[in-house]
Design a protein around this ligand. Structure first.
Ligand SMILES: [Zn+2]
Length: 227
């Protein structure tokens, strides 16, 4: 829905400036889990939160012992603050995905600033903390976008693998996309497709088979690392 067909597998563009190293400690992995983590991948879910999709997604992730980064739209964080808090309470990380999901590269600097700053405020007000990560809608960025990100100490996170869940990918195809991830890499998914929700248990199994665990995304490197 919120992504249009475009070039895939854009590399990570990291616009890190003056990033504060304030990363909260995560949920402790069980010894069995820790022993199998030979690497970490970043699962990301865009375009939430919502009352209609967020609760089921969080249930599926926690039941399968997965953690993920939720790139929230500011307008929805403002509308559904309890879901932002639920994301944090479920052990997820919360990032900024603009306020209204525009094509930022078609906007001027002051409009871009408004999209980013209002989202920082909405997520903070909801109890999601002050995001350190920013994903521009559609993965579209330019020098002006990056300059505004820098003003807010945000690291720009695109993705290494596009699950194509926004483009009606099957559950099989989503799991296959996860299987292409290697250590440190990030996959684009969304909180709203039914096939994505259905894929969660199989995503967990696919990662376990490869000895990979779901990690947080480092604001310093833009790569997935241990929680
Ligand atoms: Zn989006």
């Amino acid at each position: 829905m919120r992504s249009r067909p475009r070039s895939l597998a854009i590399g990570l563009a990291v616009a890190a400036t003056a990033v504060a190293g304030t990363v909260t400690a995560g949920v402790h992995a069980t010894p069995a889990q820790a022993a199998t983590c030979n690497g970490y991948v970043g699962l990301t879910f865009d375009d939430g939160p919502s009352n209609s999709h967020t609760p089921a997604l969080l249930n599926a992730l926690t039941q399968n012992r997965l953690r993920a980064t939720m790139f929230n739209e500011g307008q929805y964080a403002a509308a559904y603050p309890a879901q932002v808090r639920a994301q944090v309470q479920a052990g997820m990380w919360v990032g900024n995905h603009s306020y209204t999901h525009p094509h930022l590269t078609q906007l001027g600097q002051s409009q871009i600033d408004s999209e980013i700053s209002r989202t920082q405020q909405a997520i903070t007000n909801a109890g999601g903390g002050s995001p350190q990560l920013f994903r521009p809608p559609y993965g579209e960025t330019n020098a002006t976008v990056r300059s505004v990100e820098a003003r807010y100490g945000l690291t720009e996170i695109i993705w290494n693998v596009d699950s194509q869940d926004w483009n009606n990918a099957s559950t099989d195809a989503i799991v296959q996309a996860v299987n292409r991830l290697t250590n440190g890499q990030i996959i684009l998914m969304h909180e709203w497709p039914a096939n994505t929700l259905a894929a969660i248990p199989r995503i967990a199994q696919a990662l376990a088979n490869k000895g990979l665990c779901s990690g947080r995304i480092s604001p310093q490197t833009g790569r997935a690392v241990a929680p």
